[in-house]
Write a protein that binds this ligand. Structure first.
Ligand code: ATP
Length: 294
């Protein structure tokens, strides 16, 4: 697998979006107006009256159409990351996109179609159980970045936590609860607790819109059961599963008051994240950052 994979998921259209003349449909979904997205396994392009619009073709590692399940996305994109994390390699999966595009649906899923996070949690414990020659210590934490402040989702009232950096720990959030876990059910219960503490709010685009970025983190430590001199007798890896809040056009969300303030923070932090990723992708060049996260 490549070091970084980028995939696009088309969500099924919502009735309100169908009626919106500004929103192109996609091939297979029936043409609305004159524009539609044509999608195949690895690319998308915009057509106007069946003619490609110049500069609107984009290539990705995967493109998923509206019928894809979370399990398939997990199998193609995330499973190898999880297996790597159990073997001692750091990994991150995050959902990025405009509000109501289906990020939380993809990361958390529904009862009928569990999302990336619950699938990953089960897979980690199953994979660790298969590694008969190693012992595991797994810790989880769950935080949100809300209006540029960090809150612990596992401890009610633990808010505005500071970020520190040290030689031993690197960059870390001071005071964040880290829970040692022994099985998937225990983690799923903690996630449920975190979900209840997370900031959601209603906008015109999404009745349950995430108003914060969330980071679910698992630290996976393992050691060889039998004495060994090999260098990887102890392995430590960090897995981050991130559900970003969605970019939003205020005119469409109809946000005002608290929602407006949240929307501005969301858009600003996503812009800075985009800048950071752009700079990181400029291999070998000197990197400047014009903002700070969060
Ligand atoms: N692939 C999908 N299949 C079925 N329903 C979906 C799909 N994607 C999203 N939805 C539904 O659309 C609504 C909005 O999705 P969701 O909340 O996941 O969007 P989001 O990108 O997380 O939005 P925000 O950035 O505002 O938090 C939800 O009711 C969700 O269940």
């Amino acid at each position: 697998m490549e070091k970084i994979s980028v995939a696009v998921r088309f969500r099924p259209p919502k009735p309100s979006v169908d009626a919106d003349a500004d929103s192109p449909s996609f091939s297979g979904g029936g043409a609305v107006g004159n524009r539609e997205w044509r999608i195949d396994d690895s690319g998308i392009s915009l057509l106007h009256r069946a003619v490609p619009v110049p500069g609107t073709s984009f290539v990705f590692d995967h493109v998923f159409n509206e019928s894809v399940t979370n399990a398939r996305i997990y199998g193609l994109l995330v499973r190898s990351l999880i297996r790597g994390a159990v073997d001692g390699f750091n990994g991150t999966a995050f959902a990025y996109g405009q509000t109501s595009s289906g990020k939380t649906f993809t990361m958390n899923g529904s009862g009928a179609d569990p999302g990336i996070i619950p699938l990953a949690v089960r897979d980690i414990f199953d994979t660790a159980a298969e590694a008969a020659d190693r012992e595991f210590l797994i810790r989880v934490s769950y935080m949100e970045i809300y209006n540029e402040e960090i809150n612990d989702l596992l401890t009610l009232g633990s808010e505005k936590l500071p970020i520190h950096e040290s030689l031993e720990r690197g960059v870390y959030v001071s005071g964040l609860r880290e829970e040692i876990v022994n099985n998937a059910e225990q983690v799923l219960q903690l996630l449920e607790l975190g979900e209840a503490n997370r900031h959601f709010g209603e906008t015109n685009m999404n009745v349950r819109s995430s108003r914060s970025h969330t980071i679910f983190r698992m630290v996976i430590e393992s050691s060889a059961k039998h004495q060994t001199n090999s260098e990887d007798a102890i392995r430590v890896s960090i897995l981050n599963l991130v559900d970003l809040a969605g970019s939003e056009r205020i005119a469409k969300t109809g946000a005002d008051g608290v929602r407006l303030k949240e929307g501005k923070h969301i858009n600003k932090s996503l812009m800075i994240l985009g800048n950071v990723i752009n700079k990181l992708s400029e291999n070998g060049k000197q990197r400047y950052f014009y903002g700070a996260l969060p």
